[in-house]
Design a protein around this ligand. Sequence first.
Ligand code: ATP
Length: 243
Amino acid sequence: EQRVDVLSVSHLKVAYGGNLAVNVDSLTVKKGEIVGVVGANGAGKSSLVNGLAGWSRGHARVTGQVRLGDLSVDILPTYERVRSGLLLVPEGKLVFSHLTVHDNLTTAFDPPSKEGRRIYSRDEVYELFPRLKERRDHLGSQLSGGERQMLGIGRALMLGPQLLMLDEPSIGLAPMLVSQVLHTMRTLAQAGLSVLLIEQNVKAALEVVDRLVLLERGTIILQGSASEMANNPRIAQAYLGAH
Ligand code: ATP
């Protein structure tokens, strides 16, 4: 079975002034696939997803081709990419602090095309993350890091993601929550969601991704299936604590 590319990126460059932070020749994510991106601090992981989302942090200059299904999104402004289903849950989680969980999960959204998109309802988000239902009347500002993460993902699901990009979802979370959040991604991918997962925690990432990409100084220096990468001596040595 040939699965279609939901995301295809070519010749993507993100530069801050003269500093080239991202230089990726080719990157794809297929339907229902989870692709992990790992790399040291400053490798360019956040610049990559911000560039794909069209967020310009500082004075980033982004060039290259980004396609979401049949649509060229690199020419679209950020909000149009969102409407098309290219959704980023950033490290800051994009949660409204002064609204309750329940109100954070309110959206009246009318996407340009519903084809192939699953738009989750608030109840479905509560089903996926029962913890959010328990906390429904708490303010965003009162939530733990893990709860904010779930809420950020929940809000993205209600916008009908074609591709969900997560920037370091495990940061600051207790190990049990990390595996909970990542395994929820598995469940979502099995239902057809495509995910680009930025992770510091290579070990946790390898438990859920189909493919892993290693970024160094903005370029992809190694990639492969989860099992190939888990057995790669370079990955094992640098990230999995092997000697
Ligand atoms: P981290 O895990 O620490 O967030 P990262 O892999 O996400 O690291 P980026 O934050 O994308 O890496 O940074 C990549 C490079 O771009 C670094 O050299 C960083 O100093 C530089 N950089 C990032 N943001 C900016 C900016 N707004 N202005 C100038 N340089 C920047």
